[in-house]
Ligand binder design. Structure first.
Ligand SMILES: *[C@@H]1O[C@H](CO)[C@@H](O)[C@H](O)[C@H]1NC(C)=O
Ligand SMILES: *[C@@H]1O[C@H](CO)[C@@H](O)[C@H](O)[C@H]1NC(C)=O
Length: 292
């Protein structure tokens, strides 16, 4: 039954890219800058190759989102400079390589605070840009493709009443579970960044229970401004989970070979193979004493 439903959803939502005889659709792409965009760009290229029209929406100040011939780039002005933006990305990259748990945790908070403030600024400026929103509304997009780690694309989709397809590696704070009402037993599902496996000792399970509390704090810092922005736009109380519940399909760039198994909902699809689009042969490595 679940499999059938899943196939149905897959069929419905992939009509855009699967049916070569289907009329070309109009896709509004709201990417996140950096490496996130690099994997999304391949999808946009493929959509274009299959006759769909993609408009990529990005702030004027960005790292990697540049004009290409397989999409239309629509930029919008921001109140921060390229230098301010580049500095935050640089600090974030340095943090990734820290291994000390507490240090990493504290730096993560600071880096996310800074980064999310800037992302939020650009999101607020985007959603308050009436001229641009009128134009986007009139463009009558069929679908919004976005990475929900930055909820701006999801919020914009909800605001424009356009279905959203989420394209993500993962999202912190179990927001995917909450937004899709997916079962989430913490005794079996290792939490993000805990380094636990799906077989946990008692103490690891305790860590698995406690760690999300810290993450919730980070997520609160990161996400509460979006809930306020949404509440302002819709003139009622809107939570982040409400915004993310707008997603029709969740495409996870993961795989149960790479990640631990977890419950999924019928509108979740694992497309981990997409990360191997540009594969290269492994270079030969000499491991003593196997060399000869
Ligand atoms: C965060 O921003 C503050 C003030 O702008 C800056 O001093 C600090 O280095 C930044 N930290 C990170 C991790 O980006
Ligand atoms: C989009 O256009 C429709 C029809 O003109 C209108 O009812 C709706 O309020 C507009 N939405 C936004 C977000 O501007």
């Amino acid at each position: 039954m679940v499999l059938e439903l899943r196939n149905l959803v897959l069929g419905l939502l992939f009509w855009l890219c699967v049916l070569p005889w289907a009329e070309g659709g109009k896709v509004l792409v709201v990417p996140i800058d950096g490496s996130h965009w690099l994997s999304m760009r391949d999808v946009v290229r493929e959509l274009h190759a299959r006759g769909h029209q993609a408009v990529v929406l990005a702030p004027e100040v960005n790292l990697h989102i540049k004009e290409e011939d397989f999409f239309t780039l629509q930029t919008f002005p921001t109140s921060y400079s390229q230098e301010e933006f580049g500095y935050i990305f640089q600090r974030h990259r340095q943090m990734i390589f820290k291994t000390h748990f507490l240090e990493k945790f504290l730096e993560t908070i600071e880096s996310m605070k800074n980064g999310s403030m800037m992302y939020y600024k650009s999101c607020s400026e985007l959603l308050h840009n009436q001229l641009l929103n009128r134009h986007l509304n009139e463009s009558a997009f069929d679908v919004v493709l976005t990475d929900p780690v930055n909820p701006c694309g999801a919020l914009l989709a909800k605001y424009l009443s356009v279905p959203a397809v989420f394209f993500l590696r993962f999202i912190p704070c179990d927001l995917d579970f909450e937004a899709t009402q997916c079962p989430n037993p913490s005794s079996y599902i290792p939490r993000l960044m805990t380094m636990n496996s799906d077989h946990m000792t008692f103490l690891q399970r305790v860590k698995n229970m406690l760690f999300p509390l810290g993450m919730k704090y980070i997520c609160h810092i990161n996400h509460s401004p979006y809930a306020s922005l949404a509440s302002e736009l819709f003139q009622r109380d809107v939570s982040l989970v409400d915004i993310l519940s707008h997603g029709s399909v969740w495409l996870f760039r993961g795989d149960f070979v790479l990640d631990y198994p977890r419950p999924i909902m019928p509108n979740m699809v694992f497309i981990g193979g997409i990360n191997c689009a540009n594969r290269k042969p492994l270079s030969q490595v000499c491991m003593l004493p196997l060399c000869n």
